[in-house]
Design a protein. Sequence first.
Length: 306
Amino acid sequence: MSELTYSEAIQKAGNSITRFPLIPVRGIPLMNHIANNWDSIWDFRPDPSDLLIATYPKAGTTWTQEIVDLLFHNGDAEVCKRAPTPMRSPFLEICSPPPIPSGLDLLKKMDPPRVIKTHLPFQLVPTGFWENKCKAIYVARNAKDNLVSYYHFDCMNLTQPEPGPWEGYIHKFMKGELSWGSWYDHVKGYWMEREKRNILYLFYEDMKENPRREVERIMRYLELSLPDEVITRIVELTSFKNMKENPMANYSCIPAPVFDQTISPFMRKGEVGDWTNHFTPEQSKVFDEDYEKQMKDINIPFRTLI
Ligand code: A3P
């Protein structure tokens, strides 16, 4: 089983791959395979040297994983093409029908320090990460672009619940009914814990505005010191264009019937402000009014345009 590529494992899983229903875990809707394996996920004990990259889905996880892998490997492009993103940096909670390996299966086979991805909201992250004082990077993306990206992703990820029409999808997002729950609670949960837990809280919009500044910020947080020319190379290698063309970063490793990139590519647009192409003025008004209410208790400096 361990010798199978993702692609082969997906072929073998065959008919058991479908749009999985969501089951609430402590109030958070998660894919049934995750919910059914919840105890083993919650019991996961990281090593103190492990790094957590946490995001709400579609906030820039893959981009950050690539930057971190390159930082840890001195900007060596070839080393960072050793395997596709989910093999280099496993997705903690993901569980799919066998023989597709779960995140925990992959983590068991790796020696620390590991770079571990999660979409879990703060309160569902296994407590060992905080007890062991693991470093953690959180990436947040403005709600409207995050929603647009998630909509396209749910169209092409054939294991996620059917997105349905755009108008209804906006309301599901506002009500926290999508996989991994409420965007509002997610971004707030990590924001409130960032100082106590030493979480590096980043914004997708800042990364787009000045990728070099943000790569350097991540480097300092990881207590690394790399020469300027290596930083320049990392910025270049992690541009949207280069990652879109990189088979080890563009999720071509996960073919249909899981990711159908003919519906929408994983590396779709990579922009700030694409929401203006999707929201009608009326939808934007309703969304903004609801946003004010949901975010009134906190001041997180999101930008919907740069
Ligand atoms: P879009 O759908 O808006 O294009 P995640 O990795 O969390 O699933 O996020 C995916 C989103 O990040 C997609 O957004 C994708 O295009 C974008 N993305 C991935 N790599 C990027 C990069 N190097 N630069 C900018 N955006 C990137």
